[in-house]
Ligand binder design. Structure first.
Ligand SMILES: Nc1ncnc2c1ncn2[C@@H]1O[C@H](COP(=O)(O)OP(=O)(O)O)[C@@H](O)[C@H]1O
Ligand SMILES: [Mg+2]
Length: 344
C-alpha cells in the first residue's frame, strides 16, 4: 500500500509535468504500445476488430505466457531515443526472389516507422515495376529522372533524382520501367555489380538507414543491391511453399558475401501475412523458426486488407492508419531492427 501511495505522490507532484508531457507528446503514439505486447486486441490502438480477430488466439496466449507469435519468449524492444547526429547509413536490402511476399510493403513501412523514430531514411526503389514509388504516391510514368539515370549516367548527382516523400525524414530514389534496361546494359560495364554501391556512397553520410526494395529475381539488379547492403531482410509469406527458393536465396547471399561484399549479413527473416486463425499459418511460421532460429524476427506481420488499401492511398500504413495493428507491427519491427543494430 505504501508503495502505491509513494508512486501516486511522485506522479501528481512532479513539478515539471507540463514539460514532460510536451516532450512525450511527440512519441506518445508509440508509447501506447505497452512493452512486450504484440497485437493486443484489447489495447486502445486497435480499431480494426475484424483483423484483431485473426490475431486474438495468439494475443491471449501471449499475454499469459509472454510468448511471441514465433513461439519464443518475447524480448522488450525499447522505444528508441532521439538522435542528434545522422549517418553514416546502414544499408538494408529487402530481398526475396519470390513476388508478392511483402518486400515493397515492408520497405515502405519499416522506412516510415524508422523515420517516425527520428531516423533519416532513404528508400531506394530498385524494381522496374516501380511499386515502391507508387506506394508513396509517385506516378512512375511521369518521372524524368530515376535511379536508372543515377546508375547509368556518369556525373548524374543523386540530388537531381531524389524526391521528398510526405513522411518527414524519408526520401525516395524512385524508379520506373527504364530500370529494366539497366539489367542488360550493366552486363558490359566495368565493376557492374558495384554500380549501385558507387551511386549510393555519397548519400550515406546524410542518412541513418537506406532501404533498398529489390525486384523479384536474383539477377544483376538484386546482386547490385546485395553488394551495396550491410544487411538483408528476407520477407517470407506464411503460406504454402514459403521456404521454397530460400536455399537459392541464401546461397546467393553467401556468394555475394564471399566475392563482393564481406560485410553483408542476413539481419533477419520477416514472417508476413500471418493469420493465427489458420493452423496452416502457424505451422509455416513454426517451420520457418525451425529452419532459421534466431534469424527470424520476433515481430510478425499479420495479414490485413489495410496494406493493399495503403497502396491505393499512396502512403505508409503508419500515416494512413496510424493506430492500426499493421502500423503497430511495423513500428515494432523498426524497434527490433534498431535493437539488433545497436547490439552490434
Ligand atoms: N501483411 C499483409 N497483409 C495483407 N496483404 C499484404 C500484406 N503485406 C503485403 N500485402 C499485399 O500483398 C501484395 C504483395 O505485397 P508486396 O509488398 O508488393 O510484395 P512484393 O514486393 O514482395 O512483391 C500487395 O498487394 C500488398 O498490398
Ligand atoms: Mg515489390
Amino acid at each position: 500500500m505504501d508503495g502505491h501511495h509513494v508512486n501516486a505522490m511522485t506522479g501528481s507532484q512532479s513539478g515539471g509535468e507540463d514539460t514532460t508531457r510536451l516532450a512525450a507528446s511527440a512519441t506518445s503514439d508509440f508509447e501506447d504500445l505497452s512493452e512486450g505486447h504484440f497485437y493486443d486486441p484489447d489495447a486502445d490502438y486497435e480499431p480494426d476488430p475484424e483483423y484483431a480477430a485473426t490475431l486474438a488466439p495468439d494475443a491471449a496466449r501471449q499475454r499469459r505466457e509472454r510468448i511471441g507469435p514465433t513461439g519464443r519468449p518475447l524480448p522488450y524492444f525499447p522505444i528508441p531515443g532521439p538522435v542528434t547526429d545522422h549517418g553514416p547509413a546502414k544499408v538494408i536490402a529487402m530481398c526475396n526472389q519470390k513476388g508478392g511476399v511483402g518486400k515493397t510493403t515492408s520497405a515502405i513501412n519499416l522506412g516510415a516507422a524508422l523515420a517516425e523514430y527520428g531516423r533519416r531514411v532513404l528508400l531506394v526503389d530498385f524494381d522496374p515495376q516501380g511499386a515502391l514509388s507508387v506506394g508513396l504516391g509517385v506516378n512512375p510514368m511521369e518521372l524524368d529522372l530515376t535511379v536508372y539515370n543515377l546508375l547509368m549516367e556518369r556525373g548524374m548527382s543523386a540530388d537531381e533524382v531524389l524526391l521528398k516523400t510526405a513522411v518527414p525524414n524519408m526520401d525516395l530514389l524512385p524508379s520506373n520501367i527504364d530500370l529494366s534496361a539497366a539489367e542488360v546494359q550493366l552486363v558490359s560495364e566495368v565493376a557492374r555489380e558495384q554500380t549501385l554501391q558507387r551511386a549510393l556512397r555519397p548519400l550515406l553520410p546524410e542518412y541513418d538507414y537506406v532501404v533498398i526494395d529489390c525486384q523479384p529475381s536474383l539477377g544483376l539488379l538484386t546482386v547490385n543491391a546485395l553488394t551495396a547492403a550491410h544487411k538483408v531482410i528476407v520477407p517470407l509469406e506464411c503460406e504454402f511453399f514459403a521456404l521454397r527458393g530460400v536455399a537459392l536465396l541464401t546461397e546467393t547471399i553467401e556468394k555475394v558475401q564471399e566475392r563482393l561484399n564481406p560485410d553483408l549479413e542476413l539481419d533477419g527473416i520477416l514472417a508476413t501475412m500471418y493469420d493465427s486463425r489458420t493452423v496452416h499459418s502457424r505451422e509455416v511460421l513454426a517451420r520457418v523458426v525451425e529452419a532459421f532460429d534466431d534469424h527470424v524476427y520476433h515481430t510478425v506481420i499479420g495479414r490485413t486488407v489495410r496494406f493493399p488499401e495503403t497502396t491505393v492511398a499512396g502512403e505508409p500504413i503508419t500515416s494512413y492508419a496510424s493506430n492500426s495493428v499493421g502500423a503497430a507491427a511495423y513500428r515494432q519491427l523498426a524497434r527490433e531492427v534498431l535493437a539488433r543494430c545497436h547490439a552490434e
